[in-house]
Design a binder for this molecule. Structure first.
Ligand code: CDP
Length: 786
């Protein structure tokens, strides 16, 4: 029997991942695997205080350590103009603290030593005289008039307020609410969570003092953007910087920003003239790299008595930590939160978002979602359930009644998004059929009679992925287009170079499949090069499920350019006019005479040969392109979660999870399903187990995987997946992104299920994470706030 791997595979469909051949055999090459001759090791001293003035730093004992080469403080950096760096949100962030520390775990000094352990030991020898200051770790308290001002480094900053932003029509929304039969409000927290990739962040900087070229091996989801930022900040010429992102052990948005540790490895290499490696440990990672969410939301929903939803009104207080380092397109300080109208046809909607500084780590990354969409989907899907609770309506029926209908696409929302395509009722109906929804409700009713707690949670989501159209979106002024380059070598083997960077999503396979589909080449014959700025065209990187919508489109289009070029070469080979040729899957053939044709492999050889080509046609078979997406793509899905709750302990068992996803045309259904599996597990983690919590003094309470719990197979059921396919009308192959759909859609399905289970106890809402303690508290009238 031939295995899947042995069959030559061309185009779309299930095929094993090309990258797994090396990854599962331990042949991956991660940043910590990089070892350069003469390489030194760096370690960071981090603040034990969340807010404290730095009176002095004594580095003499550390410098005296026999294996230490240098100790760098903020004062050293000040002299170089590098003590502060810009963030992705046009704020500034301390590389090493000079005046004061503003969160626990903030970077204070950097030690460079001959080996990792000596660097760590010497960090302990640094004496810092801190003067503790009052701490504000709570977003609401940070807005109080007498709150300590965290960002007193910023001229004119007299409070902790960062920005106010709004979307939608306030007057129109207020009018809808004023006339509505039913209005329901709820306070909803999306707590601070952490992407927690398996590999922490790190870098190896190698500044060649002779050529002046900097090579940086780094955990970056966006190598090209990082290179440009380093050039702008450090004044290094961009063409003298090479950023290499080797294999990455998960990113989930956590590796989009630039961290002080990366910058310090570069400074360290410049100072010592040797390569310097910095790799953080798990506690450092959880404490100081970018968090996600921390959105304090008040939602209001207006409806008729019979359940027609009319409007949504939302007020958000967004905790951004000590520096506003949130990753999102410039125009949108709250990311894509204004997609909060979800999948429903509303008359009006309005939101305001206020950003606030607190003594917590900066970040606000789009953890496996497109810029705050997870928060938006959670808000609307909880509000619909809150409405169902008040109306005593079935949550699935209520959704069905209000979903945008297929004939309404393209659909423009009240906050200005143009959803490209969808058949929402079909997806929800399929999920209900797969779940056996009516039977489940019967079972639940019987169990309630017996006093048993079973819950059925429904969620419907629309994502907006593939950032983005350049007229609306940029990051630090860089437009969000992606390049692709494709070469077919004389023997018919191809090399595709792309600007996005896989962190485990399988681009080396799926992007080869896109080329294979366009040109009829076997997937195995196509090498995909990525993650090295010297080897690939410019582009803004992988996050927000943008790889397939943007770079995948670039790949299809560059392959089509090759196909067009190949047609002219084939016409010369066959001595016919190009107009007499037609494309047949993997070759150009003469119309009406299929005996006469040339495959791409044959054409590639001819294009590199002495064959005389028509006037003006260059030889070889290669092409480049840059793709500017005309719109985002809008994947969607219907999720149903079934849980059992133990009354005695508050423990939740996720018994079943049905996920129907529509991401348009699927390139590799196996990879898509893998992406969905991971996202669903993520959702179980967030809903039931995870929060990055702080005490009143700003101490981080979860800097290890013993406190910050990751979901395992024990917490997850065997996922039941379904699909519908609504191609994106503007994407060259009709694909939409999928990498983050399940992380976006699943937390609310799980939470809705748990709250449905405990509905007989009169609980309308409880915040995540719904730990056994929180559920038990809710059952016993003692709500536990995170
Ligand atoms: O940007 P990121 O790679 O995280 O997200 P994505 O574009 O949604 O892709 C995740 C993985 O799923 C990639 O390997 C895609 O090519 C694959 N995919 C697919 O096979 N079919 C789709 N319609 C969407 C994604």
């Amino acid at each position: 029997m031939t295995t899947v791997e042995e069959r030559p595979h061309t185009g779309f469909g299930r095929t094993l991942r090309k990258e797994d051949v090396r990854l599962v055999r331990g042949k991956g090459n991660y940043v910590d695997d990089v070892r350069l001759p003469g390489m030194l090791h760096g370690a960071l001293l981090r603040s034990p205080y969340a807010h404290a003035k730095i009176n002095s730093i004594d580095t003499s004992a550390a410098e005296a350590h026999p294996k230490v080469l240098a100790v760098i403080t903020g004062e050293t950096l000040k002299g170089l103009g590098l003590a502060w760096m810009p963030t992705l949100s046009y704020d500034v962030q301390a590389v090493l603290a000079t005046d004061k520390v503003r969160y626990q775990g903030q970077e204070v000094a950097f030690v460079i030593a001959e080996d990792h352990y000596s660097a760590r030991d010497a960090v302990e020898l640094i004496e810092v005289d801190y003067e503790p200051l009052p701490v504000v770790a709570d977003a609401k308290k940070a807005m109080a008039a007498d709150a300590p001002v965290i960002r007193d480094d910023k001229e004119g900053q007299t409070d902790n307020h960062i920005f106010d932003w709004e979307s939608g029509d306030q007057a129109e929304t207020d009018a809808v609410f004023a006339n509505a039969e039913v209005v329901v409000a709820e306070d909803i927290l999306y707590p601070r969570v952490h992407p927690a990739p398996l590999e922490t962040c790190g870098s190896v900087a190698d500044m060649d003092p002779v050529t002046g070229k900097l090579t940086l091996y780094t955990t970056s989801q966006a190598p090209h953007a990082h290179r440009t930022v380093y050039a702008l900040v450090a004044g290094l010429p961009e063409h003298k910087i090479r950023v290499i992102s080797p294999d990455i052990g998960g990113g989930f948005g956590n590796k989009v920003g630039i961290y002080p540790g990366y910058v310090m490895s570069i400074v360290g290499s410049i100072v010592t003239g040797k390569p310097v490696k910095w790799v953080e440990d798990r506690a450092e990672h959880l404490m100081s790299t970018a968090f996600a969410r921390d959105y304090h939301m008040r939602g209001e929903i207006a409806a008729t008595k019979d359940g027609k939803i009319l409007g949504l009104r939302v007020k958000v207080l967004a905790d951004h930590g000590a520096f506003n380092a949130t990753a999102q397109p410039t125009k949108f300080p709250a990311g894509f939160f204004h997609v909060f109208t979800g999948s429903y046809d509303l008359q009006a909607a309005h939101c305001t978002v206020t950003g606030v500084y607190t003594n917590k780590a900066p970040g606000g990354v789009a953890y496996a979602c497109s810029f705050r969409i997870t928060e938006a989907v959670y808000l609307v899907e909880r509000m619909v359930d809150v409405l169902a609770y008040e109306l005593k309506a079935d949550p699935a029926e209520l959704r069905m009644k209000n979903l945008i209908q297929p004939e309404q696409f393209p659909y423009t929302t009240k906050t200005g998004w143009e959803y490209d395509s969808g058949d929402y009722p079909k997806a929800l109906q399929l999920a209900m059929d797969m779940a056996g929804y009516d039977e489940l409700r019967k079972e639940q009713a019987e169990k309630r009679e017996r006093g048993e707690l079973m819950g059925i949670g429904v969620a419907f989501f629309t994502e907006a992925v593939g950032a983005g159209p350049r007229k609306h979106m940029d990051i630090l002024g860089l437009g969000m287009a992606d390049g692709a380059e494709l070469r077919i070598h004389p023997t018919g083997k191809a090399v595709l170079r792309i600007s996005v960077k896989t962190q485990g999503q399988g681009h080396e396979t799926t992007f080869a499949q896109i080329v294979g589909n366009e040109l009829g080449l076997p997937t195995a014959d196509i090498e995909v090069v990525h993650g090295d700025t010297d080897q690939t065209p410019f582009g803004l990187g992988t996050y927000g499920s943008r790889s397939t919508p943007v770079s995948g489109a670039a790949t299809a289009l560059v392959a089509r350019k090759i196909r067009d070029k190949a047609k002219i070469v084939a016409s010369a080979m066959l001595e016919v006019s190009p107009d007499d040729l037609e494309w047949e899957g993997n070759r150009w053939q003469v119309k009406g005479d299929p005996e006469q044709g040339k495959t791409i492999q044959e054409i590639a050889l001819a294009a590199h040969s002495s064959l005389e080509l028509p006037e003006g046609v260059e030889g070889h078979l290669d092409a480049t392109t840059v793709y500017n997406p005309p719109n985002l793509t809008y994947p969607f899905g219907a999720y149903i979660c079934v849980v059992d709750v133990d009354k005695g302990t508050g423990g939740v068992k996720v018994r079943r999870f049905i996920a129907v996803d529509d991401c348009g045309v699927r390139i590799n259904p196996m990879i898509v399903e893998g992406q969905v599996h991971g996202g669903l597990a993520d959702g179980v983690g967030m809903a039931l187990m995870q929060v990055i919590a702080f005490d009143e003094e700003g101490n981080h309470l979860g800097a290890s995987f013993m406190d910050y719990l990751l979901p395992t197979s024990l917490e997850c059921p065997s996922w039941e997946l379904g699909e519908t396919t609504t191609p994106s009308p503007h994407h060259p192959i009709g694909a939409k992104g999928v990498g983050e759909s399940a992380t976006v859609g699943s937390p609310c399905a799980v939470v809705n299920a748990v709250l449905d289970a405990i509905k007989p106890y009169g609980v309308r809402h409880a915040d995540m994470p719904l730990t056994p303690a929180a559920v038990w508290g809710a059952l016993n009238g003692r709500p536990i706030r995170t």
